[in-house]
Structure formats: C-alpha cells, structure tokens
Design a protein around this ligand. Structure first.
Ligand code: FMN
Length: 229
C-alpha cells in the first residue's frame, strides 16, 4: 500500500468485527513502526499488546470501574486535553461528538446512552487486540512527539495489513486499573491505547468521516515565489 493511500484511508474506527488478529501480524505492524523517528534515536516507546483472556480480564476490570466509580474523581496520568478549551478546538471537539452521536441516533441530552457509548472504549470498541503505549516518564515533553510518530506509524502499518485502529487516550484515566493487569513499571507513563482489528464497515459508528482543515488554512508559505537569486 502506498503511504498516501494508507494516510487517506486511515480513520478512527469505533466498531470492529470479532475476527482475530494474530500475534505475527501485530508483530509485523510494530516492527514496521520501529522505523519511526525519535530525537537522538531514543525510541522511547513501549507497547503492551493484549488479546484473548488477558484482554477480556482487563475489559471487565475497566468496565467495572467505569460503571461503578465516579468518573469525575478519576485523574488522568497527564493532561491530554486542556482544562479550558478555546476556539477553534472547542468547536471541532463538539462537532466530533455531535457527528458520532448523530450517526448512532443518540440524542444530545441522553446521558445514559452517551455514557454507554463512552464505555465502548473500554471494550476497545470490540477490537480483538488492544495496544497500550507507554514511555519512561523521566523523559521530557518532546518525547510525546516521538511517541506520537510511533503511534501514527502503527496506525499506517495496520492499514497496510488491511486493519484499522482507533487511538484511545481515555485509558490514561484508568491507568491504575491497566497497571493492575499488565506489568507496566511505575516509571512508565501510559500515553494512550490503540484498538486494532478488522473494521465493521456497516456499523453506524463508522458511517461518518471527520472533516479535515486543508493545508492552505493552517500553513503559510514564505519565499516560494521569489525570483531565483
Ligand atoms: C492519541 C489519540 C487519542 C485518542 N483517544 C480517543 C479516545 O479515547 N476515544 C475515542 O473514541 N477516540 C479517540 N481518538 C480518536 C480521535 O477522536 C480521532 O483521531 C479524531 O476525531 C479524528 O478522526 P480520524 O482519526 O478519523 O481522522 C484519539 C486519537 C488520538 C490520536
């Protein structure tokens, strides 16, 4: 698959078929992603991949916490989102929620249904494989860039295997639960998870495509039209 095709076809998939993904495929995807760049080649990422019973046990534990403990009291391991949202980000965030709930036929004020949909995160949206991406918290802010590039490489590599993904920062709110089930050392920060599997293309969750701001709106070009010196 051409890189441009992988980029163009990647989108967050929030409903998967139960078709399993074997260890060799996951390994190939991760192996490909090792080529991702990182400052001074630090390669700070670590991955904990779950499938089968390990996945089921973790899903049950996360759902139990999400359903029975007050969510507002949970603290993420790091601030993925700002405390105060400003435009244009607030508008984009709202539009995503609006489009997702509209596709699912969930009314704006139907909080129980919205919460149930949010809890689908903890099932990896039905994906047979969940990846948890961590890095050593003694590294600096720039490490988030390195890990982000690795995550995108995993997502594009998955496309090359005919698979789809969804980034899942939500797991940082339940990092303590994840840690009880996976051997993540204390010095590692859980950056996010990634659902990995075969997309259920007919599922309502997957029927909308997010809009992207064109390059002409976020990039400015300087000196390109200058006459050659
Ligand atoms: C690091 C990261 C974390 C994310 N966390 C979540 C999440 O917890 N739950 C979710 O439903 N989507 C999550 N997403 C998906 C974003 O909402 C999605 O990328 C965005 O809406 C753009 O849509 P697209 O991926 O289809 O282009 C995450 C994406 C990234 C990159």
């Amino acid at each position: 698959m051409l890189v441009q095709d992988a980029l163009a076809s990647r989108r967050s998939i929030r409903r998967y078929l139960p078709t399993p993904v074997d260890k060799a495929t996951v390994t190939r995807i991760l192996e490909g992603a090792t080529r991702a760049p990182s400052g001074h080649n630090t390669q700070p990422w670590k991955v904990y991949a779950v499938a089968g019973r390990a996945r089921e046990t973790l899903v049950a534990a996360m759902l139990d916490v999400a359903r029975n403990e007050p969510w507002e009291q949970r603290k993420p391991e790091y601030d993925y989102y700002p405390t105060t949202w400003v435009e244009p980000f607030l508008g984009r965030k709202r539009k995503l929620g609006y489009d997702l709930y509209k596709a699912l036929g969930i009314a704006r004020d139907d909080m129980p249904a919205r919460e149930r949909q949010m809890h689908e995160n903890f099932k990896f949206f039905g994906a047979p494989v969940g990846l948890f991406v961590t890095f050593d918290r003694r590294m600096a802010t720039g490490t988030f860039m390195d890990v982000g590039m690795f995550i995108e490489a995993v997502m594009l590599g998955a496309r090359a295997e005919g698979l789809d993904t969804c980034g899942q920062a939500i797991f940082t709110w339940v990092h303590d639960v994840v840690r009880r089930h996976l051997p993540i050392p204390g010095e590692e920060l859980l950056a996010c998870g990634i659902a990995l599997g075969h997309a259920d293309r007919t599922a309502l969750e997957n029927t909308f495509t997010v809009e992207k701001v064109p390059a002409a709106q976020f990039a400015s070009f300087h000196g390109f039209d200058d006459a050659p010196a």
